[in-house]
Design a protein. Sequence first.
Length: 642
Amino acid sequence: MSKKLLLVALALVAFMSAQAQGTHPRRVLVEEFTNASCPPCASQNPAFNTKLNDNAAILTAIKYQTSWPGVDPMNAQTAPEVAARVSYYGVNGVPNAFLDGTGVVNDCGAYANAPACMDPTELVDENNNLTPVTIDVVHVVASDFGSVEITVKVKSDEAITGDLRLRVAATEEVINFTAAPGTNGEKDFSDVMRKMLPNPDGTKIASFAAGEEKIFTFKWTPANYYNLNKIKIAAWLQDDDSKEIWQSNLSAPNTQIPGGSFAKITLGTSQTNKLNCLATFAPAFTLKNTAPVGITSADIIYNVDGGPWSSYQWTGTLNSNITTPVVLPAVTFDKTGTHQIKIQVVKTSAGLLLNQVDGSNSAVIFAMYGSTPIPSGQDFEGDFPPAGVAIKNESPTLGWVFYPQASGAFGNSAKAIACNFYNIANGKSVDMYLPRMDLTGVTKAKLTFDHAKAFYVGTDGTFKDDRLLISVSTNCGSTWTNIFDKKGDALTTKPDGQANAYLPADEDWVSNEVDMTPYAGQAEVLLRFRGTSNFANNLYMDNINVAATSGVSTLKSLNNFAIQPNPTQSMAELRFGLDKPESITMLVYGLDGSLVQSLYLGNLPTGDHVTLLDASQIPTGSYRVVLQGKEGSAQTQWIVLK
């Protein structure tokens, strides 16, 4: 045998040994990435779902609800797991479908992996692609409905190797909304992923010997489901080296739990419908019986800052459609800042509350204890909301949110937050509160922040009057004083509108400075950022800071003094106002005291003035900008970032 033929023969033997020859049909795993505000998803999903239903006997389906292009409450409940699978497959658009770890084969003229391109023959062909692996899945819901026990048995008739991972997911067979939860009109969703166990990485498995069976157990505490009777469990064995899926299977829904939404929580006019600023207080709310019959008990759970749940049982007599006040045991905070207390009714004597994510059976109370010294800032580079920041949104995805597609202000950081006016109904307001601040010992202070904003223009008209109102309270929210109020053109930083959800370019950002000197010396200063929607387009914010004003102003004729943008990459505008005519010189100093720039601005009249600061010829660093007049000077800090 020639050397060439010998090499070919050896390669063939190696290939055959690496590819185990199976005898079992391969139950096809179909994974789709979709979104409740994605128009192509709404147009493709009905026909795609019909194909899945027609071939249900040979496939396991999982739907991952992404965070883009728009609002999706199902993603808000499962965002980390979905993000991990998006990254795993490199998904950059929806809808997007994968069959056994690979894309859709057929091309129907849509973009790659579009569900509309899937031909049912692909499912049949993949089912006939035999495998040596079998998977059995069983799940049992505990009698108290508090846990789900899952057992998965994986067996291979032949030896297989690779970076093998067993992945397990709780999915919801069908979710039917009475009103579309997003903006694309879809109301019915199937096979929605609720939780991945133990996590999206799965359970790493060593190689299988021929005939070897491995048994795995998992436990899930049910959460973020719409109907416990619709929960099923999917399991699949995947090789992360190739993303090939050896086999999948599922355990179908197997409960008929009686019950319904038999309770409603409202905060009413009690102490909990506003901010609380006590170290210890008893959360209170109003409980309404929405069952058609009277109830005698309600099981309530609550936690502080996402910590362990505590249980409380209300007992009494409450007829249908009647309310009663409920006071929980007192909560004591162990650290200063803003805290969130979540309350949820999980069961009444009329039955189990099947819908665990219905907002009517839960409430969030914001409590603030103590105050933090300044400087106090938020760059939003960590988790959102940051520790101590309170959010009052319309829903988990409607209001102040972290927007993963947007980089930070001026492109200088990785993250920014948004008030997603693009999805918030007209006239609705959402609030963000910074931790209370201690300004004692401060004689002058300022608030600085960066923002970017566009308006909406589409076939249904032009909308631009979204509003940002920033207010200050020194009595824990009993009264507020407005310090910044802009809407429409005054708030917009991008000159042209757009029909899609707005993402800011680096050049769209502007810096803002607001004087907070009237609140200097106060021990408990609270800032509220309120966004009021005109259903226009997104507002982005970054680098919110409150600090004592650096330097001293002795220039009495000066009435404002700001640099925008600040930090600066190339050019910035120095803006100031004069109460009377004044001869002004601008001076820029480095930290070592060296004079970097100087410019005589002339004898300026009363009014507002703008001059340019050129950062192109100076290195990254912190500088002191001084306005020198006949009657004194004023200075502020300027940051240059290249």
